[in-house]
Design a protein around this ligand. Structure first.
Ligand code: CXF
Ligand code: ZN
Length: 379
């Protein structure tokens, strides 16, 4: 009979803490107890976990979640134990967490759109694993899972459908990036937009996801790539990764500048901020016939507005992109191969490696915009 284990994890009890987080310390490093993996579940020893804006959005209240919760949805690790019925993975396998598990039997999964898996959405809302169960206990009471992952923890019990096996040659800090930044940003380019070689592209918001979109656009053969942000450091990285031009988001003449740099607007724009202002800009810089793709997540109260007639007469498309419209088992290994070919320098997204107990300092830095991906490394 397998036993439960005790390990350290970052727990958050309430949202909307004030900054600076290194003073208010919204994430508490505590001992949690993990039940053994149930049917179809896996115990993973977490190796690396990235600090992403979507975790920050839970901390600052932009993305309300059930509390208390162990955050973390971008990570990698090594399989420590498999529950009954797990056929696809074995002890010692290296894995990347996926923030939408796919049940495989709902209509969305069956039609090849696992990002839209219905049971996964329900489980995420309730803070459970795909099975509907919780496996994390704090002081004897069950607490919540973050999108079935909760990898700001030394160990995680997750559904086997929340994992993709990866080759052992790939360093696990690099592997972690594929679970969110890369599939979300590059997936939006490769899958959601499915851009044509020669397309003109603008990316708004040059964090982990936006920079992955820049790399994706370059790898997919875009002829002009524009990066837009409010921070010079990020615009500089975008240029190193393939942006031909960068503009400051607050520049009053940005729309004209994008139009002048391209043939009167871009074929594809990618909103990677999660703000209605960025969404409106993404729409306004489109060329006729263009498509604006948004992977940013704003507060549920937010709406954006566009000129209706312009959308109709200009045959413009607005598309949402969740999980980069990826099929993780297919796309994560493919994106890793692309990385290994040298044409997709994902490791450039890494700013820092930190320890679990530096997580509040890390989120403060992320809020200030001075970093791309900080990776928590576990021993
Ligand atoms: C998010 C989507 C909402 C749940 C957490 C992960 N994606 C990228 O950050
Ligand atoms: Zn993320």
């Amino acid at each position: 009979m397998n036993k439960s284990i005790t390990c350290k994890a970052a727990v958050i009890y309430e949202m909307s803490a004030k900054r600076p987080y290194f003073e208010t310390r919204p994430l508490k490093i505590q001992d949690i107890e993990l039940d053994p993996p149930g049917f179809g579940e896996v115990l993973v020893k977490v190796s690396a976990a990235g600090l992403c804006h979507s975790d920050l959005s839970v901390i600052n209240g932009n993305r309300p979640r059930v509390m208390p919760i162990v955050l973390g949805h971008e990570g990698s690790g090594v399989v420590e134990e498999v529950g009954e019925g797990v056929k696809s993975l074995e002890v010692g396998d290296h894995v990347v967490f996926v923030f939408v598990p796919s049940c495989g039997s709902c209509i969305a999964c069956k039609e090849g759109r696992p990002a839209l898996c219905d049971p996964a959405l329900e489980a995420a809302g309730k803070g459970t694993l795909l099975s509907g169960e919780k496996r994390i206990k704090l002081n004897g009471e069950y607490i919540n899972h973050m999108v079935g992952v909760s990898c700001f923890s030394e160990y995680a019990v997750v559904s086997s459908q929340s994992l993709v096996k990866v080759k052992k040659q790939l360093p696990l800090d690099e592997a972690a990036l594929f679970g969110c930044a890369v599939i979300t940003g590059a997936g939006a380019v490769f899958n959601t937009a499915n851009i044509r070689v020669g397309s003109t592209v603008a990316v708004i918001g040059l964090g982990g996801t936006g920079l992955a979109a820049i790399m994706g656009a370059k790898a997919a053969g875009a002829s002009k790539i524009i990066g837009i942000d409010i921070l010079q450091e990020k615009m500089d990285i975008a240029k190193q990764l393939g942006a031909h031009e960068v503009f400051h988001a607050d520049d009053n003449s940005i729309i004209d500048k994008v139009r002048n740099f391209t043939n009167n607007g871009v074929n594809y724009s990618f909103e990677c901020v999660g703000s209605e202002k960025a969404m409106e800009l993404a729409y306004k810089i489109l060329k006729r016939g263009g498509t604006a793709v948004s992977s940013g997540l704003s507060h549920p109260d937010k709406t954006f507005s566009i000129q209706h007639v312009d959308m109709v007469a200009g045959e413009k498309t607005i598309k949402g992109s969740f999980l980069g419209s990826c099929v993780p088992d297919r796309d994560i290994p493919a994106y890793i191969d692309l990385y290994n070919s040298g044409n997709f320098p994902v490791d450039r997204l890494m700013s820092d490696h930190i320890a679990l107990d530096e997580i509040n300092e890390g989120f403060e830095k992320l809020s200030g915009g001075s970093t791309v991906r900080q990776i928590i490394m576990f021993k």
